[in-house]
Design a protein around this ligand. Structure first.
Ligand code: FES
Length: 162
């Protein structure tokens, strides 16, 4: 017997008493607690989102009723300046308004005077100008409706019905 230190110790001089390694049990505990913490934070965010409610829709004046004779349409922006919309008055005087963003690939739908439909020129899509439902072409979802209220002669956008 001579030197009790194996030779490999010289090549790998690890001092086990100074090494801070983690056991599998500690790792599992850490992962479980970490996952629990993340789940709790997510639940808190969901709770806050549900209890705060949605912000009230703005009320925006679009036009006067005289600006939109029967069979015509007018473009406007709602609820922000980045959201193009279209208001259509049919030949009977009924007023409907929708997002102008096609639900297929977001081209702008247009209205031709006298038409009962909103046409999307990109892929020949078509929507009813009365309820926003798709009539033809690739779109499968209806256009979001913009709620319109008439106060005096003013036409006001008051909300969105998705
Ligand atoms: S973007 Fe409107 S039909 Fe394709």
């Amino acid at each position: 017997m001579g030197d009790e230190r194996p030779r490999w110790r010289e090549d790998f001089p690890t001092r086990w008493d100074e090494d801070h390694y983690m056991t599998r049990r500690e790792l599992a505990k850490f992962l479980t607690l970490g996952s629990g913490l993340l789940a709790s934070v997510n639940a808190l965010l969901v709770f806050l989102g549900l209890t705060r409610g949605t912000p009230a829709s703005p009320i925006r004046r679009i036009a006067t009723a005289d600006d939109v004779p029967p069979g015509s349409s007018v473009l406007f922006r709602y609820p922000t300046d980045d959201d193009p919309c279209i208001l259509v008055r049919d030949s009977s005087g009924r007023i409907d308004a929708f997002s102008q963003v096609c639900t297929h690939l977001s081209c702008a739908v247009v209205h031709r005077p006298g038409d009962a439909a909103l046409a999307c020129p990109c892929h020949k899509g078509s929507f009813s100008a009365r309820d926003g439902l798709p009539l033809a072409g690739p779109p499968t979802r209806r256009l979001p409706r913009i709620l319109i209220e008439q106060r005096g002669s003013d036409l006001l956008a008051t909300g969105i019905e998705v």
